[in-house]
Ligand binder design. Structure first.
Ligand code: ADP
Ligand code: MG
Length: 584
């Protein structure tokens, strides 16, 4: 007798069930997804005793013919994909064709269904994978799936279930997630015979949040909506300072599917790093839409965890959007609460002294132009998002410098609260834009060195330097050959301390080597060069007095993107008076 044999279907299903349905909430997830895929507009979920006694999902979707219903219970039976390539274009939740047979193999399973064009429904009973009967039944169009006594055919698995309360917690969370993902579908959740929540069809996410979590939470959260080519973010996020002790209210969705994504939750926590105490989680119901081909939903059998092909890009995008929204919020709240003094406090002279020899002070014309804009803001019209550079500058002129903490954070009093400015981040932003401007104009003044600096490189780096020398020399350097793998730096850009030249060039060569800096697109290459220079080479001047710090703030606000450093770190945080009062 051969030693190898094909596993009976029933055993194969029970093994698969271990992956697909590790706990009651996973069963409910699969069944809800099937109902949504079937076009249901009403879904009722019921469970008893943490789901171990009963799990039931009923929908008003398209239903199945008897033939289809029998097929649906075969392993790898699915109406949703035919080929692997389809997975990348997936618009439905399910696609493995494993859920129903797996669930049926580990429970007392009853499926009732009726398709639109049929007069009578079909009922199929399966006991631990064994078909008990197939017969007619009466029911409205749609499907009801019941899985009772979960895992009783595999007692070893039943032991792994946690307490009823824990499993119930997972079940409720699961239903909430889908209810949030699909506000237009009515949901009812019945727990141990009592309605745990019921939400009619809703027009908006906020409405749904109100139904599930109460109107207070819906009112406290703020809408976010942003996009860049290929990525779109929407949803609701919590206010700064309003964190939770668990991650339950940090809910992320990708292309409409509730998911766990390390990239998204990292980005969210990072965005709130300065506005929540250590160890608190932000509240968020965040939807990311992107090209389905850029997400891998197939990393986990239960499809809860996703990965992005361009994880960095997604993270950066989310951080930028959320930070921007939080800042806008700070400014909106500020202009609503505090009157703006007729005469800007502090900032007598827009000192040009802040380390930039010869840098133009902020254009004097900006101030009068700013005043009407400021008045408009006060009357509540444009928000921070739409306010122009002039208005921003006028606003920052009302900041009054108070002092510096840890040699890094400049503290300002503003009409609406306080601001902590990260000097380093602000400085980097200002320099980044200055250098970008210089680079784009093609005029990067260099300084010849009295004593050229020797530069010794590894063979690969030397080859890269030879290739990229025109680019590097177009940005203020002069580099002469000095033998195999040896060079001499004869001139450096005016803004650079010669002592930094060697390490900077090596950094640039390193980035060229690993592709972060690519000369194919000159604009991008210049941006990257400016970013590198601003973060590594430009020195932070010693902290000094009020006029320098106020000038720093003004110059920051004259930049195109004052809210974040070129690396995406916030340049300042603002705490309004209401927030201060609340915290005390
Ligand atoms: P998958 O969802 O991965 O296709 P399932 O085992 O969950 O696999 O379901 C198998 C098939 O049964 C589905 O492709 C669908 O055609 C059908 N089906 C399952 N649940 C429902 C439902 N609630 N309403 C209508 N059809 C359903
Ligand atoms: Mg399915």
């Amino acid at each position: 007798m051969p030693k190898i044999h094909i596993l009976p279907e029933r055993v194969a299903n029970q093994i698969a069930a271990g992956e697909v349905v590790e706990r009651p909430a996973a069963v409910i997830k699969e069944l809800i997804e099937n109902s949504l895929d079937a076009g249901a507009t009403r879904i009722e979920v019921e469970f008893r005793q943490g789901g171990r006694e009963l799990l039931r999902v009923e929908d008003n979707g398209c239903g199945m013919s008897r033939e289809d219903a029998l097929l649906a219970l075969e392993r790898h039976a699915t109406s949703k994909i035919a080929e692997t390539a389809d997975i990348d274009r997936l618009a439905t939740f399910g696609f493995r064709g494993e859920a129903l047979p797996s669930i049926a193999s580990v429970s007392s399973f009853t499926l009732q269904t009726r398709a639109e064009n049929e007069d009578v429904g079909t009922e199929i009973r399966i006991e631990g994978g064994k078909q008990i009967h197939v017969r007619d039944c009466g029911r409205p169009v749609g499907t009801s799936v019941e899985a009772a006594r979960l895992f009783h055919p595999v007692p070893a698995r039943r032991k792994f279930l946690k307490t009823d309360a824990t499993e119930a917690g997972h079940l409720v969370q699961c239903v909430r997630l889908y209810a949030l993902a699909c506000p237009r579908v009515a949901f009812t959740l019945i727990e141990d015979g009592r309605v745990a929540f019921r939400s009619p069809q809703c027009e908006t996410l906020a409405e749904r949040v109100g139904e599930i979590f109460g109107s207070q939470m819906a009112e406290r959260m703020i809408p976010i909506e942003a996009g860049e080519p290929g990525l779109r973010l929407s949803g609701l996020i919590g206010r700064p300072g309003e964190g939770r002790s668990t991650r339950h209210e940090l809910m992320t969705f990708v292309n409409g599917r509730p998911v766990d994504s390390r990239a998204l939750s990292f980005a969210l926590r990072e965005s709130y790093r300065d506005s929540l105490p250590e160890g608190r989680y932000p509240r968020a119901i965040l939807f990311l839409a992107c090209d389905p081909a850029d997400v891998d939903v197939n990393v986990h059998p239960a499809k809860r965890e996703v990965r992005f092909r361009r994880e960095q890009q997604v993270r950066g995008f989310v951080i930028r959007c959320v930070l921007e929204r939080l800042r806008e919020l700070g400014t909106e709240a500020g202009s609503a609460i505090a009157p703006i003094p007729a005469r800007p406090a502090g900032l007598g002279e827009p000192a040009a002294a802040y380390g930039f020899a010869g840098s133009p002070p902020v254009a004097p014309g900006a101030v009068p132009a700013a005043l009407p804009a400021e008045a408009a803001t006060r009357s509540g019209q444009p928000s921070a998002a739409t306010e122009g550079v002039a208005a921003r500058e006028a606003r920052v002129r009302t900041w009054r410098f108070l002092g510096i903490a840890h040699n890094l954070y400049a503290l300002f009093e503003t009409p609406s609260g306080i601001v902590l400015l990260d000097r380093r981040a602000a400085h980097e932003r200002i320099w980044f834009e200055r250098l970008k401007g210089q680079f784009a104009a093609g005029r990067v003044p260099g300084q010849r060195l009295l004593l050229p600096l020797p530069l010794e490189l590894e063979p690969v780096a030397a080859a890269i330097l030879l290739d990229s020398r025109p680019f590097i020399e177009a940005h203020g350097f002069e580099i002469a050959d000095f033998g195999a793998n040896f060079f001499r730096i004869e001139a450096v850009p005016q803004w650079m301390e010669p002592a930094y030249a060697e390490s900077f060039i090596k950094d640039v060569l390193g980035e060229l080597r690993d592709g972060r800096l690519a000369l194919g697109n000159l604009d991008l290459a210049r941006d990257e060069l400016a970013r590198l220079a601003a973060s590594r080479v430009v020195r932070l001047p010693a902290a000094s007095g009020a006029s320098e710090m106020e000038s720093l703030a003004v110059q920051l606000f004259a930049t195109e993107s004052p809210l974040a450093s070129p690396a995406g770190r916030p340049t300042f945080i603002e705490i309004d008076r209401a927030e201060l009062a609340r915290r005390f």
